[in-house]
Design a protein around this ligand. Sequence first.
Ligand code: NI
Length: 139
Amino acid sequence: MPSNITRFSISLETDLLEQFMDMVERRGYPNRSEAIRDIIRESLVKEEWEGEEEIAGTITIVYDHHKRELTDRLTRIQHAHHEAVLATTHIHLDHDNCMEMIAVKGTATLVQSLADALISARGVMHGKLSATTTGKTLK
Ligand code: NI
């Protein structure tokens, strides 16, 4: 066992442990420890997003580019939040529909406000903000 690893035991209700074990198997974790690590990291990332720390993520939106002035509006929204936008990838899904993936980094407030503005824009059919971390604070 590496020296930076500490083994500890936890107490759980039997039913809860069974549910956890089922989840470990369902999700294909190699062992319980790896599943626990992911759950802890997920909680830590969630805390980062609740605070004012710098976070990272992606915003994905799907829209019909024929919708009047929509492309211009989406560009304006991104320019208004330019300090949070790292890169944008545009994919022409078919004749009408576009998918745009925007990589973002900044405070959660700024990133959330950009995501809200894009996703709520009229003509955007679906949008999703995927919240992750810059990785600086996780071990
Ligand atoms: Ni397109």
